[in-house]
Design a protein around this ligand. Sequence first.
Ligand code: AHR
Length: 343
Amino acid sequence: MNNEKQLIMALIVLIAMLAVLLGASGRFENTRPEQTSEEESALVDEDLIVVGFSQLGSESVWRTTHTQSIQDALSKENGFFLQYSNARQKQENQIKAIRGFISQRVDYIVFSPLMEDGWETVLTEAKEAGIPVILVDRKVSGSSDLYTTFIGSDMEEEGRKAGEWLASYQKQIGHANDPINIVVLTGTFGSSSQIGRSRGFEQVAAEHPNWHILARESGDFTVIKGKEAMAKLLRMYDDIDVVVSQNDEMTFGAMEAIAEAGYTTGIYGDMKLISFDGVKDALGLVDFGKINCDVECNPLQGELLAEVIHKLEAGEQVEKEYFVDELVFTRDNVREYLGDRVY
Ligand code: AHR
């Protein structure tokens, strides 16, 4: 055999070996023409659990912490291959991402729904494809048959905690029966966090005929819109006693608007300020007495998610809902937690 023939033979053997390797590679066969190096390593490791995760956006510190918690827990070392997609606050992007995960035949779809409504069609498609769907952080409306389980916060309970704190504070300062004017900065309208927190707070408010909710204005869970919404409310009302802001980002924006209008917030301020989330910067402001109360929303959901997926993989029954532990922070207890806060 001359050199040319030897070279041709070697090439044929190499091509045959590659064909065998690719044929045996399983899950992603023919699903994606262009694979990144991470995806290529998934090709050769069939033991990894493939999860498609559609996050709704990155509008807050809470949200980026939530994303990080899931990325850390669903790591390769823990037995997962995670495909992450950021919908940038657009429901159509989430629907597109979920359809992509279905066509790639991932093992699980995890998603944090921007809004409660509008998922029925795409979740039916996932169900028909036999792919379990796990909701994290927020819920969807409609039939619970369309998802396997939910992991996140009890948003209604958070709203109630805010109301209960206000009731006990008014009592403590001897003004339980005084009339108070309240404005509410709501999160993204139609999201389950906005709906739940509003419902819970309003349940408590309904028990207090002297509480007057003057207005509800959406700040879309962001600093800028929170500031705009608060500035608008301050132009409309000059007798606000309490601001309920449905996340810390909006609270930061609202505080700027309040200061620019010449008012102060907190324990010694003109307005009582109630916030949600409990991120480090906000807890610092609780400690300074500028935010009266911060109802925790716990973004560290990744480990519980990994645990639940491992249970499903083992064929075990899982609960329909898992709620994470959450506290209420005031100046009385915040120092116990502030030092350990990493986000
Ligand atoms: O759904 C949870 C809420 O969404 C958090 O309160 C907020 O910060 C986030 O953007």
